[in-house]
Ligand binder design. Structure first.
Ligand code: ADP
Length: 547
């Protein structure tokens, strides 16, 4: 508002604001401000502000326009005179005449001596006539969202010069209110988005205040660190970690994490930790600062469960060492003996032995490559089993016939009762399971002995259980756990000279389970082992017999 002397020096015919007016204006503004609440419907707030501005100037009337994001009129309302009733101009026209400048250029507008022909200025039919008009833009959310205007009707004096300033002041009040609405809406929206992000994050997030106290954690963090709970909020992270240090497999990593939190400078602050309770889990924790305002730095801990990745890494390493060792050994023999054959002359019998080595090692190579191929198929989920009705006796006999020539120390006994029902399985896969179990039975009974394959029909469960038993080195009870895992080999003096990849039993288990069966083992050290696998029988209940 202009200063007092400037206002009173005006000598033209239009109205002049005296000090009393100023006081009234200040009071009206104060009332307007205190009467405004942050409402969702901003039209009501704007009309309220407009009405306060209008009543300050007496006989004028006010107008309110709002535009959507594309600049289309959404609301056009007229207020007063004489009372504060409002008229809606509906449907809102798209042609807004001179008010286009307010919308497009965001600037104020003043019209004088209009001769009361509103339509001549582009106002819609039905709009009250005016002799003079002041309009001011309303800004909100970074754009012109509307306009407020005051107009002096027919045969009335022109609007006072100060009307523009008064309108601007009231528009500023409206703008503050609008921003409040936007701000609170945006804040609520932001809050919702943040909440959704935090709860759907698979990474655990823990936030510490500048004093190192836990102020926030998300659900994923609670799932990773089972000892985190509502009671942890407000606790210094140092006490919290020291108190729960037993959950980690070494206390050194706790110290490393505390050290990273102490630094929290954003440079390589990744700490690897292993939880030993309630289950083993490898965690990767990234510690980084959150700068709030000068002097207030919070710290965030982002934690990821990397157990599977680590295991995959271990498996990859195992594969590399397997490939370099297990494939290389037979390869060296093949190359060496072929070289001998090519470069040395030797008696026929010796040459035959060399050829037999080459043949044996090539078969081993093919076997390992087949196993690896199977494992890669299993792990990529590409393995599928056919469902065929097969006669177990046939498959067992075929596989045993293939293995018998490989050993002279063992004798094979097949016991498949003639009334054993057919099974529902993939023939090639059953054969593969039998090959793996029988070759192990031979391999792990280096002194020879009996290797038996028998079958038993379990009527109630309608399955056939096959047992491959040997009289070999046996397996210690402690070694049975993990026996069917990929690349798992038992390291004992008795197994030292026996070559293998640790893939055979993993393949057995996967294939059997794929066909709807189960696999298990019983064993006694130095006495022998029995490997069992079950397969669904292809019988209807009327065919079944007590087994
Ligand atoms: P590989 O024989 O190539 O090492 P497997 O997965 O077939 O791999 O077997 C895993 C481990 O189980 C072997 O290393 C061996 O120690 C043990 N094992 C398997 N079959 C027998 C058996 N019949 N008798 C004793 N130990 C066995």
């Amino acid at each position: 508002m202009g200063n007092h002397s400037a206002i009173c020096s005006r000598e033209n015919g239009s109205a002049c604001l005296a000090t009393g007016w100023e006081r009234r204006a200040i009071r009206a503004l104060k009332e307007t401000l205190s009467g405004l609440t942050i409402k969702d419907d901003h039209t009501e707030s704007l009309l309220y502000v407009l009405d306060r501005a209008r009543s300050l100037l007496g006989e004028c009337y006010g107008g309110l326009l709002t535009w959507d994001l594309r600049g289309r009129v959404t609301v056009w309302r007229i207020l007063g005179p004489p009372n504060s009733q409002s008229i809606c101009i509906e449907p809102p026209p798209q042609d807004i005449g001179v008010l286009t400048a307010v919308r497009d250029e965001g600037r104020a507008l003043r019209l004088s001596n209009t001769h009361n022909v509103a339509v001549a200025w582009g106002f819609p039919p039905g709009h009250p006539p005016f002799e003079s008009l002041v309009a001011t833009p309303l800004r909100g959310g970074g754009r012109t969202i509307g306009a407020l205007y005051l107009a002096q009707g027919e045969e009335q004096a022109e609007l006072p010069e100060e009307a523009e300033e008064i309108l601007e002041l009231f528009a500023a009040v409206a703008k503050a209110n609008l921003e409040g609405v936007y701000f609170s809406r945006e804040l609520a929206q932001e809050h919702r988005v943040l909440k959704a992000v935090q709860t759907s994050m698979t990474e655990g997030l823990v936030v510490l205040d500048s004093a190192g106290r836990i102020v926030y954690f998300n659900e994923a963090a609670e799932n990773l660190l089972k000892f985190l709970g509502a009671e942890s909020v407000g606790k210094p992270v140092e006490d919290f970690l020291q108190h729960n240090g037993d959950a980690f497999d070494n206390r050194e990593s706790v110290a490393l994490l505390l050290d990273a939190i102490g630094r929290a400078d954003g440079i390589d602050n990744t700490v690897d930790m292993t939880l030993s309770k309630p289950e083993r889990k490898d965690l990767e924790i990234v510690v980084f600062p959150i700068n709030m305002e000068p002097g207030n730095r919070m710290t965030a801990l982002l934690m990821r469960d990397v157990t599977n990745e680590r295991e995959a890494g271990v498996r990859r390493d195992a594969f590399v060492s397997l490939a370099s060792h297990e494939l290389r050994t037979p390869m060296t023999s093949v190359v060496g003996f072929s070289e001998l054959l090519l470069t040395r002359s030797a008696p026929r019998a010796v040459r035959r032995r060399w050829l037999e080595y080459i043949w044996g090692e090539s078969k081993r190579l093919t076997g390992i490559l087949d196993d690896l191929l199977n494992v890669s198929r299993i792990q990529s989920g590409k393995l599928a089993a056919r469902e065929e009705v097969i006669r177990l006796q046939e498959v067992v006999e075929e596989v045993v016939a293939g293995i018998t020539p490989m050993t002279e120390k063992h004798h094979f006994v097949i016991t498949v009762p003639p009334d054993t029902p057919h099974v529902l399985a993939d023939r090639d896969k059953v054969a593969q399971v039998l090959v793996n179990l029988l070759s192990n039975a031979v391999k792990y009974s280096p002194s020879g002995g009996e290797v038996s394959v028998s079958a038993r029909f379990h009527t109630t469960e309608r399955k056939v259980v096959v047992i491959v038993a040997d009289q070999g080195i046996g397996i210690a009870p402690d070694d049975i756990k993990g026996l069917f895992s990929v690349f798992h080999r038992i390291r004992r003096p008795e197994t030292e000279g026996i070559r293998g990849t640790g893939l055979g039993l993993y393949i057995v288990k996967t294939l059997v389970e794929l066909m709807g069966g189960e696999v298990w083992v019983t064993s006694e050290l130095n006495k022998g082992s029995s490997f069992f696998f079950s397969i669904p029988a292809a019988v209807s209940s009327t065919q079944s017999k007590e087994g």
